[in-house]
Write a protein that binds this ligand. Structure first.
Ligand SMILES: [Zn+2]
Length: 139
């Protein structure tokens, strides 16, 4: 009995995430933003940027800025973790362009409400969170 032979090696999986791109950029003129991408073929926007569009598989991707302001979709506080100091709060942020990002939340967490406006904040180490925009911040 012989084993079936493979005609050729299977193609490698698509390398769709572009790890060389910075995800958070601080522009001195406009403040921080998330560096994502938009497909030039089908206009799908995504974060983080990719080298292949997940919708149409096109490889021509332009840079696209997200933030610094979004809206909180939902959130939760984590009280048990084997890898991270607890408690910490994470949430989904809806950004213009129909992109939803899961991120750590910071700032005044008691001000969190569904659909509340949140702003991107970058710390000295380059870490980033979204924080609720308080009414006194807006004035
Ligand atoms: Zn596309």
């Amino acid at each position: 009995m012989t084993r079936p032979t493979q005609a050729a090696d299977p193609p490698p999986p698509l390398r769709d995430l572009n790890a060389s791109e910075h995800t958070v950029v601080v522009d001195p003129a406009t403040g921080p933003f998330l560096q994502g991408g938009v497909c030039t073929n089908c206009a799908l926007a995504f974060f983080p940027t990719r080298s292949v569009c997940p919708n149409c598989l096109a490889t021509k991707i332009d840079n696209h800025r997200f933030g610094p302001v979004g809206r909180l979709y939902s959130w939760t506080t984590v009280h048990v973790s084997s890898t991270r100091q607890v408690p910490y709060t994470v949430g989904y942020i809806d950004l213009p362009g129909d992109v939803r990002v899961l991120t750590t939340l910071g700032g005044e967490l008691t001000a969190l409400e569904p659909d509340c406006p949140v702003a991107l904040a970058v710390d000295a180490a380059g870490g980033w969170t979204f924080q609720p925009i308080l009414e006194e911040d807006a004035q």
